[in-house]
Design a protein around this ligand. Structure first.
Ligand code: GLU
Length: 424
């Protein structure tokens, strides 16, 4: 297997078709003009680019990349860039659409976008990853910009990748443009609190949901799928808050201890060994078993379509917090809803990342940087406000948290579209 080999996909259903079907349902539930739903069911613009990269062995491989803008009605497009072997154009389009709803739900002045390159970042050397990133940035350079479309990290990309995007763009225009990308390292205009922001937003959502149920985080048993930026930070934050993180996993499998894992020790073990397996005092489990584990909160923080019609009947969690984008299929959603399992949907539960991306963009434009407590407090304000709006919309419409969240978001974008009017 090489960094360029396409991988067997985790996607059983076309994610863009699912996103479009979700949107049509939202349109019906919230009585949105069908003309607008038709407009919003398409992506505004997308480019497919070839990214030739000189590999360390001297060969040249043309990687395939995408950048898709779904909507810019409420402001510049915003969304991450994914490096993963199973990236497809339809996946990027679905993720771009979800970014539009996420930004609208959070009340950010952004539209939605997403990018992706078909590659396995774990198998690329640092030099190969840098060359790939700089060439990909160059290929999409006319599409991105601080007033146009602002990338950020997503699955398989990190602050270092953002630094290369920032540098490549800035070298091309001739001066440093802090606002072109978010999730940058602190040394080059990043924001404090961005790294852990997605997980922190999830924490605020879980905490608020438990409060609504008259409960609290203390001693709640949590299972987390995925040990990337979101999963590992969420495990730490929950552990600090007194929750019992019983189960965690990465793409190769997971570990479980019903009494709770020592999260800092797990993080140190994985940093040393590169895997979770073999962590002392824990049983090994598969990612499939993790979804069905007995727990209070299940947080899928990896990829899409992990909870399906097939395994949803066996989910034993009382609450699901979607740290990943699209981890629950619509068919699974219905089963979970019927079973009374509360699902905190992606556009709400993982929006902390883009909220602090917004803060980073604002700080970059103003060249004035905030303190950590300010970032956390402002993040809490925005996420908890969106949670409360979603909760009350859910009660008013007797629907799910997902339909309520999408309903609020779609109505905001629809209203902005109507007020602006159709051009020309
Ligand atoms: N990739 C993240 C998401 O799916 C962050 C996007 C951003 O910060 O622009 O929300």
């Amino acid at each position: 297997m090489s960094a360029a080999s396409p991988a067997p996909t985790h996607l059983r259903e076309d994610p863009f078709a699912l996103a479009q079907a979700q949107l049509r349902r939202v349109g019906e539930t919230f009585d949105v003009d069908p003309n607008l739903i038709q407009v919003l069911s398409q992506c505004k613009k997308g480019v497919e680019v070839s990214v030739p990269v000189q590999m360390d062995d001297g060969s040249v491989f043309p990687f395939q990349g995408y950048r898709v803008v779904h909507n810019t009605t409420r402001g510049p497009a915003k969304g991450g860039i994914r490096y993963h072997p199973a990236v497809t154009q339809d996946e990027v389009k679905a993720l771009a659409m979800w970014m539009t709803w996420k930004c609208a739900l959070m009340g950010l002045p952004f539209g939605g976008a997403k990018g992706g390159v078909i590659c396995d970042p774990k198998l690329l050397s640092l030099g190969e990853k840098e060359r790939l990133t700089r060439r990909y940035t160059t290929e999409i350079i006319n599409e991105i910009g601080p007033e146009k479309d602002i990338p950020a990290p997503d699955v398989g990309t990190d602050a270092q990748v953002m630094a290369w995007i920032f540098d490549t763009y800035s070298m091309n225009v001739g001066y440093s443009v802090l606002g072109v990308v978010t999730g940058k390292p602190l040394a080059v205009g990043g924001s404090v609190g961005r790294d852990g922001a997605t997980a922190r937003g999830s924490l605020y959502c879980i905490r608020t949901a438990l409060q609504k149920q008259g409960s609290r985080l203390q001693d709640r048993r949590v299972a987390i799928q995925g040990f990337g930026n979101v999963g590992s930070n969420l495990a730490s934050l929950l552990c600090d808050e007194g929750a019992r993180v019983t189960t965690v996993s990465d793409s190769r499998g997971g570990i479980h201890n019903a009494y709770g894992l020592d999260v800092p020790a797990v993080i140190a073990y994985r940093a040393e060994h590169g895997v979770l397996q073999g962590f002392p005092g824990a049983d090994e489990i598969t990612n499939e078993e993790l979804i069905e584990i007995d727990c209070d909160v299940l947080a899928p923080c990896a990829l899409e379509q992990m909870i399906t019609a097939e395994n949803a009947p066996r989910v034993r969690a009382k609450m699901i917090c979607e740290g990943a984008n699209g981890p629950t299929t619509p068919a699974a959603d219905e089963i979970l809803e019927d079973r009374g399992i509360l699902v905190l949907p992606d556009v709400l539960a993982n929006a902390g990342g883009v909220v602090v991306s917004y803060f980073e963009w604002v700080q970059g434009l103003q060249e004035y940087f905030w303190k950590e407590y300010e970032v956390h407090a402002k993040l809490n304000d925005i996420v908890v406000r969106a949670f409360e709006e979603t909760w009350s919309t859910r009660e008013r419409h007797a629907t799910s948290m997902r339909m309520a969240a999408y309903g609020i978001a779609v109505q905001r974008v629809a209203q902005a579209t109507t007020i602006r009017g159709l051009y020309p």
